[in-house]
Design a protein around this ligand. Structure first.
Ligand SMILES: Cc1cc2nc3c(=O)[nH]c(=O)nc-3n(C[C@H](O)[C@H](O)[C@H](O)COP(=O)(O)OP(=O)(O)OC[C@H]3O[C@@H](n4cnc5c(N)ncnc54)[C@H](O)[C@@H]3O)c2cc1C
Length: 279
């Protein structure tokens, strides 16, 4: 096996420009070049390898607008050592950035069709660039539907944006939580319960899904039962990864490396591997 080019393995220095608190455990960081070398642009659905010096490197999806050059935006949920270190960065701190890596959402396949976006929890972050892209090229698509589920109201990401998107023409945004508490007036239940509120045109729908794997399995079942073809269903898969360029094998999933063949796959590709447990 040949070694990957050094340019793909060497992090660029990036300065944290802004840190915004989204929820009790999730923060959005914007980073800008630290040493004059521009950060590469990206396509919706791609991820970077972010290096917190002295702590570690981890894959994080880009959650900002692909058409906003000069800065990269990430939304990170603090679940362990590296993510905690990342969300604890302050403006002015420097982190390392490699990438962007991976296959993006296939927005060209969705042109002329309805786009159904289904997200669970932090899964809305990798889908937000696709929503920005669709809204910027709105005439290329028919309806935009966003279904979003989180554990509780305090875990909902991008609440103001969701509300604003829901007011746009030909756009439907439905949000649900598993546990509502006393003050929540919206839907309660897992994200698949929102399907009963939808009028779908399965033959002209492309679905983009990101969330916990169990959620994605149930969403796929709903879509299949409504007649959306497997080739029109796309999922973003998550596996532990190290090199991000298909060299180390950490993220192997069946015949694929999630870092370079994904993270976005069609369900047609994923079906045999998602049906196998523990893969
Ligand atoms: C392609 C790709 C894109 C990603 N994009 C994002 C993103 O945009 N935002 C983001 O916050 N994360 C994202 N992740 C997940 C992120 O990389 C992991 O959460 C991170 O590597 C965990 O590192 P850690 O050192 O903080 O946690 P660790 O110390 O490795 O883990 C601490 C504990 O948290 C658990 N854990 C690890 N990951 C998760 C998780 N995702 N959810 C729940 N529990 C977990 C572990 O099982 C362990 O119990 C992405 C992962 C991949 C593969």
């Amino acid at each position: 096996m040949t070694s990957p080019p050094a340019s793909l393995m060497t992090p660029l220095a990036a300065r944290v420009a802004r840190v915004e608190k989204e929820t009790h455990d999730t923060f959005t960081l914007s980073v800008e070049p630290a040493d004059g070398q521009p950060l590469a642009g990206f396509a919706a659905g791609q991820f970077s390898m972010l290096y917190v010096y002295g702590v570690g490197e981890l894959p994080i999806s880009i959650s900002g607008d692909p058409d906003e050059p000069g800065r990269l935006v990430y939304t990170v949920r603090s679940v362990g050592l590296a993510t905690h270190a990342l969300v604890s960065r302050r403006p002015g701190d420097v982190v390392g950035v490699r990438g962007p890596f991976g296959r993006p959402w296939p927005l060209e396949t969705a042109r002329g069709k309805d786009v159904l976006i289904v997200a669970g929890g932090i899964g809305l972050a990798p889908l937000r660039p696709a929503i920005y892209d669709i809204l910027r090229h709105r005439d290329d698509y028919v309806r935009l539907i966003v279904l979003y589920g989180a554990r509780s109201p305090k875990d909902l990401l991008f609440r103001k944006q969701l509300a604003a998107w829901g007011r746009l023409p030909d756009t439907q945004v439905l949000v649900t939580v598993d546990y509502g508490g006393t003050s929540w007036r919206g839907h309660v239940g897992v994200v698949t319960t929102l399907f009963r509120h939808l009028r779908m045109h399965p033959a002209q729908t492309v679905a983009l899904i990101c969330g916990p794997e169990i959620m994605m399995r149930f969403v796929v079942r709903q879509l299949e039962s409504r007649g959306v073809p497997d080739s029109e269903i796309f999922l973003s898969m998550e596996r532990n990864m190290k090199c991000a360029v298909g060299s180390c094998g950490h993220c192997q999933l069946g015949p694929y490396f999630v870092c370079k063949d994904g993270p976005v796959f069609s369900y047609e590709q994923m079906r045999p591997w998602m049906e196998k447990h523990e893969l």
